[in-house]
Design a protein around this ligand. Structure first.
Ligand SMILES: *Cc1c(COP(=O)(O)O)cnc(C)c1O
Length: 370
């Protein structure tokens, strides 16, 4: 895929660089959202997303940011206590959403940069929640964008199922960049946002719920209305959404998903894996040169879409980000607990090693105070 000349400057871990062709798709005139033309658009986007999520289930097109889909997952989750696996700021947000929806929630934390420890998860599942009640659901973040750690959502889903719980997966910086096999891994609920690895403008969330998830939700109370998974499922059957969709963003999604289908999801995953390897080699090179930097997560637990780099003592994240911006690249500062001590590079969406390498070179210059 050829990129416009100005492409390659935006390496924020969301929103990510959006190609001109995708932005231009948004000037499409409005269409009625109850009608054949909309239904065809909706069906095409869903088919594209089914290839991305690797599912036969309908993909819900939600006109809200990804947090809306997180709340949908919680609102529709089976009755009973929720176990929230927390290893950074976004997994903490999932726990807070559960708590603020009045769900009995137990938080199982590991330090930022780690991934949930499977033995601890199993132990928690065995012990249960308040008064020993079995957990009904587990929340987990696939790619923790605040630290760059990639959790084994397949293993965690298996564990949850073995103990009678459903697994709700935030894969906002996973889907479209890291392998996700919704059906083969039996994910009960998995969600993403438009502005991360799918390289779309912000404003859409995409979610898939298993048949079992929807079935149990249909007889539960307290699902609310606006984010009701059962409503979305019913409207999905007619290729519609319950309320007026953000049409302009859907025109953009249509164009981008056709490009993603053309690239192939396997090739897209491989391209992201290469960008992580490229970043790892670059960090090794800096270390070999005597600079005390390091990637926050352990090898083998690193997200292919976002790298969080711990800075040497004395270097301030804000200054580095500002210097890199002067050199022409937008990267992220630290997030949450790692705000001042780390920088984050979002190597996702339509980026490749070719666009990433000059960015890393600029970050290298900034780190060396040049
Ligand atoms: C960006 C992000 C979110 C939140 O997305 P919004 O679109 O701002 O609601 C949630 N989880 C993860 C892992 C993210 O990276």
């Amino acid at each position: 895929m050829t990129m416009p000349a100005e492409f390659g400057t935006f390496f924020l871990p969301g929103p990510t660089e959006v190609r001109a062709e995708v932005l231009e798709a948004m000037i499409h005139p409005m269409i009625p959202h109850r009608g054949k033309a909309y239904e065809a658009l909706h069906a095409r986007i869903v088919a594209g997303l089914q290839g991305v999520f690797r599912t036969q289930r309908p993909v819900y097109l939600m006109s809200c940011s990804a947090s809306g889909a997180m709340e949908m997952a919680i609102r529709g989750a089976p009755e009973g206590p929720i176990l929230s696996l927390v290893n950074g700021a976004f997994s903490e947000r999932f726990a807070l959403i559960a708590q603020s929806c009045d769900r009995s929630t137990r938080v199982l934390s590991v330090p930022p940069g780690d991934t949930p420890h499977l033995e601890q998860v199993e132990e928690a599942l065995v012990n249960g929640g308040a008064e020993g009640a079995a957990f009904a659901a587990v929340t987990v973040v696939h790619s923790e964008t605040s630290t760059g750690a990639l959790s084994d959502i397949r293993a965690i889903t298996e564990l949850a199922h073995r103990h009678g719980a459903m697994c709700l997966v935030d894969s906002v910086t996973g889907v479209g960049g890291a392998p996700v096999e919704t059906d083969a891994w039996g994910l009960d609920f998995v969600l993403t946002g438009s502005q991360k690895a799918l390289a779309l403008p912000p404003g859409l969330a995409f979610a898939v719920a298993s048949e079992a998830f929807v079935l149990q939700a249909s007889v539960s109370i307290g699902r609310g209305r606006y984010l009701d998974v059962v409503e979305y499922e019913e409207f999905a059957r007619r290729s519609q959404t319950p309320t007026t969709p953000a049409l302009s963003l859907l025109f953009a999604a249509d164009v981008q998903l056709s490009a993603i289908r053309h690239e192939g999801i396997g090739a897209r995953w491989a391209r992201h894996a290469e960008m992580l390897e490229c970043t790892e080699r670059w960090v090794e090179g800096l270390r070999a040169g005597g600079l005390g930097v390091g990637l926050v997560p352990r090898p083998g637990e690193r997200s292919p879409t976002v790298s969080t780099i711990a800075l040497p003592a004395g270097l301030d994240a804000k200054r580095i980000v500002a210097r890199v911006a002067e050199l022409g690249y937008v990267i992220g500062g630290g997030y949450g607990a790692l705000k001042e001590s780390t920088i984050r590079i979002g190597h996702m969406g339509d980026h490749s090693i070719d666009t990433l390498e000059p960015c890393l070179e600029a970050v290298g210059r900034a780190l060396h105070g040049r």
